[in-house]
Design a protein around this ligand. Structure first.
Ligand SMILES: NC(=O)c1ccc[n+]([C@@H]2O[C@H](COP(=O)([O-])OP(=O)(O)OC[C@H]3O[C@@H](n4cnc5c(N)ncnc54)[C@H](OP(=O)(O)O)[C@@H]3O)[C@@H](O)[C@H]2O)c1
Length: 314
């Protein structure tokens, strides 16, 4: 039997429980991946807690979109992958498990130099950051303000943008500033006086802003400093972004991502793996917890109580 985290009702982290499931079998065009690490994202906790709408629960609901592991079985018609390949997984349904059957379009090969924990930390964070920057047409010469630059999405956005020749100002708690400096950003503290601190850090102005924090402060400072509202986006305040005249990419937005934006999110997986392998990208790892401690992982995410990507190890 395989093991998986599931829940049968919306609620607090303790609705998550470990259960045994039949061993997944690779259907036509699918592979089975033995999961070695599952990435924990805030959206997992938001859906579980009812902060993002989801269909009625009619059967135990699996959890987790990101992961990494080893292919153990190939279904008919699968090309480009072999049993024994190490892979990163994105956009899956149920990576909080010991194994999953999945279409290879959700996978990218992982070189030996990239760990399973790193591989499990790419899908949503790097995909979101990469797509948001591409949608905002961020390019060399821009001055980008990233709110919550120390988070998983924020750090990915900082690194892509720095790589593209962009000047990046990133907000974070002071204890995270050294990490952001290391990634090439100019760190500043969020909180009272943020606008003045950004103005001092970027005397020639901010041309584009990405909100990964979702606070009123992040929205207000972006509106005050970026002349073109088409170049302000949030990934958290989707429901009310339109009322500010700014863009939203998911995050509860009623406007779905375009096919091009979905393609950018997918493209980010192999792009980021290549950057990790060449030493040009870093994924800050946080606590690594046993799969059975998924509820604890969600508590940590909800309380912002851990730095770095939390992963579950089956
Ligand atoms: N729309 C999408 O498709 C999408 C995709 C991914 C994530 N998201 C959302 O984006 C947000 C960030 O995700 P993540 O994975 O990067 O989360 P994360 O790794 O848990 O990071 C959260 C960050 O928020 C920062 N923060 C906490 N309070 C803040 C405040 N008052 N002002 C500014 N920053 C503050 C923290 O900074 P310090 O630790 O420095 O205090 C932390 O680095 C979440 O709400 C998530 O649900 C949306």
């Amino acid at each position: 039997m395989a093991r998986a985290i599931v829940y049968t009702e919306i609620g607090s982290p303790d609705v998550l429980h470990l259960t045994e499931i039949p061993d997944p079998v690779a259907g036509d065009g699918e592979v089975v991946v033995a999961i070695e690490a599952a990435g924990v994202n805030p959206i997992d906790a938001k859906i579980r807690g009812g902060k993002r709408p989801s269909p009625p629960i009619t059967e135990p609901r699996p959890v987790g979109f990101d992961g990494a592991g080893v292919i153990t079985e190939l279904g008919a018609g699968v090309e480009g992958f072999s049993v024994g390949d190490r892979v990163a997984i994105r956009d899956a349904h149920g990576t909080y498990a010991s194994a999953i059957a999945i279409s290879p379009e959700h996978l990218a090969l992982l070189p030996d130099s990239v760990t399973a924990a790193e591989g499990a930390g790419i899908g949503i964070p790097a995909g979101t950051a990469y797509q948001a920057l591409r949608s905002l047409e961020v390019s060399e010469g821009d001055v980008l303000l990233v709110h919550a630059g120390s988070g998983s999405v924020g750090q990915a956005a900082v690194q892509f943008a720095v790589d593209w020749g962009v000047t990046v100002i990133a907000t974070a708690s002071p204890s995270r500033h050294a990490q952001l400096r290391e990634l090439g950003a100019i760190p500043i503290a969020y909180g009272d006086g943020l606008q003045e601190r950004v103005e001092q850090a970027a005397p020639d102005g901010i041309t584009v802003a990405l909100d990964c924090a979702g606070t009123d402060e992040a929205i207000e400072v972006s509106l005050a400093l970026v002349p073109d509202r088409e170049r302000i986006a949030t990934i958290v305040r989707g429901p009310d972004a339109a009322s500010f005249g700014i863009r939203a990419f998911s995050g509860g937005s009623p406007v779905p991502l375009t096919d091009e934006e979905l393609a950018w999110r997918a493209e980010a997986l192999p792009e980021t793996i290549a950057l990790l392998a060449s030493g040009d990208f870093v994924i800050e790892l946080g606590p690594q917890l046993p799969l059975a401690e998924a509820a604890r992982a969600h508590e940590l995410v909800e309380a912002h109580a851990a730095s770095g990507k939390i992963v579950l190890i089956p």
